[in-house]
Design a protein around this ligand. Structure first.
Ligand SMILES: Cc1cc2nc3c(=O)[nH]c(=O)nc-3n(C[C@H](O)[C@H](O)[C@H](O)COP(=O)(O)OP(=O)(O)OC[C@H]3O[C@@H](n4cnc5c(N)ncnc54)[C@H](O)[C@@H]3O)c2cc1C
Length: 342
């Protein structure tokens, strides 16, 4: 186990923001994960599990404990079952699956981060969620210090939610995720942006074409990581789409001078696009507050315009949340994970 001290975390996040980790270790196998956990326990210091840092905002003063970066690699295919180590790059896995002709995750192309990060918030985009293909998640259970394979049904998947980021947050370290993909599959083209992209096409697009289209759409929205793309210094969408009761939606729609968009959620509830709420509360793309801002191509992405501090991002977040709440009575919920001393 190669421990490092006072490691600046900004470089390990897509925001490019954050102070140092008191201790930092990269684990490339399960034994060294156990060793790292025991190290933190012996010293009585907090532990944080890091993947690709793409859904993370790190405090300016950093983290006083041990940051354990999960860097296990390996993709093992047994027919339609793909066993993928948690440290693998998610988008690399999507490309590999699509290249081999397997469907189920083609619309999740271009999402940054690691495979181990995907079950945590049940990553989703353009009509697919990872919960649609995950069969089990291998974890180190920090309560029992044993490895276990959790079947998908035990993971409590819902919109941007699982046991890993809610009821059992902090209990598990994901070391591998098993996905069942479909061979000879047709791409899922249910999302409006994708439907528009292939409108008028007579034959069915291939999985590769669908994945390429998703990447193009993401690029146009500044949601595809790329060198020299300031709109990508973000953690993706900063706010979740709020789920409200049908009655609350009806009240809102009755008071609004323009139609309020919504998508079906669970029975009796609808999901309102957070981007609509933010824009109609008066925040447009490109809005800036010091070095923090809103992406010029995507209203939901708060960005580091260059040299932003975490405090500046939080100030911008607070202004947006308060204004949306005052205007619509809906409190927006933050999507990225906060890592700080408290
Ligand atoms: C440009 C951009 C676009 C994005 N688009 C989308 C999108 O379309 N849909 C979407 O859902 N998300 C999106 N995201 C958010 C992000 O990419 C995903 O949530 C991603 O899965 C996070 O994985 P990560 O490895 O980077 O996790 P990190 O950011 O490193 O960590 C996030 C959380 O997961 C935990 N975690 C990470 N790895 C493990 C592990 N092995 N075991 C236990 N816990 C772990 C961390 O402790 C933390 O709580 C986007 C982000 C960016 C920057």
């Amino acid at each position: 186990m190669l421990l490092r001290e006072q490691v600046p975390l900004a470089a390990y996040t897509t925001f490019g923001i954050g102070g140092p980790a008191r201790w930092f270790v990269e684990s490339t196998d399960e034994d060294s994960i156990v060793e790292a956990v025991l190290f933190a326990r012996e010293r009585g210091i907090p532990l944080f599990v890091l993947g690709g840092g793409s859904n993370l905002l790190v405090s300016d003063v950093g983290f006083p404990g041990l940051v354990l970066r999960v860097a296990l690699t390996g993709i093992d295919q047994q027919e339609d079952l793909f066993r993928v180590a948690a440290g693998e790059d998610w988008d690399r896995f999507v490309s590999l699956a699509v290249d081999r002709g397997y469907g189920g995750i083609e619309c999740l192309a271009g999402i940054p981060g690691t495979v181990g990060g995907t079950p945590v918030q049940n990553v989703g985009a353009y009509g697919q969620e990872v919960s649609g293909t995950i069969v089990s998640v291998r974890v180190l259970d920090l309560h029992t210090m044993t490895f276990a394979e959790l079947p998908a049904v035990a993971c409590g998947f819902a919109y941007r939610r699982s046991i890993f980021n809610s009821t059992q947050r902090g209990q598990f370290i994901v070391t591998r995720v098993d996905y069942t993909l479909q061979t000879h599959a047709f791409p899922v083209l249910s999302y409006p942006d994708l439907k528009r992209r292939f409108h008028g096409r007579e034959d069915t697009p291939s999985l590769a074409e669908a994945a390429a289209a998703v990447r193009e759409i993401r690029h146009a929205k500044g949601m595809l990581l790329g060198a020299g793309e300031p709109d990508c210094r973000s953690a993706g969408s900063f706010f979740k789409n709020p789920v409200v009761s049908q009655a609350q939606y009806d009240d809102l729609a009755a008071q609004s001078s323009s139609p309020v968009p919504c998508f079906a959620a669970t029975r009796g509830f609808v999901k309102i696009p957070a981007a609509w709420l933010v824009e109609h509360a008066g925040f447009q793309k490109g809005f800036a507050m010091g070095a923090a801002g809103i992406s010029s191509r995507h209203t939901l992405a708060l960005i580091n315009r260059g040299g932003a501090t975490a405090a500046e991002i939080l100030d911008l977040r607070d202004v947006i949340v308060a204004t949306v709440e005052e205007r619509f009575g809906i409190r927006l919920e933050q999507e990225p994970v906060w890592l700080g001393p408290g």
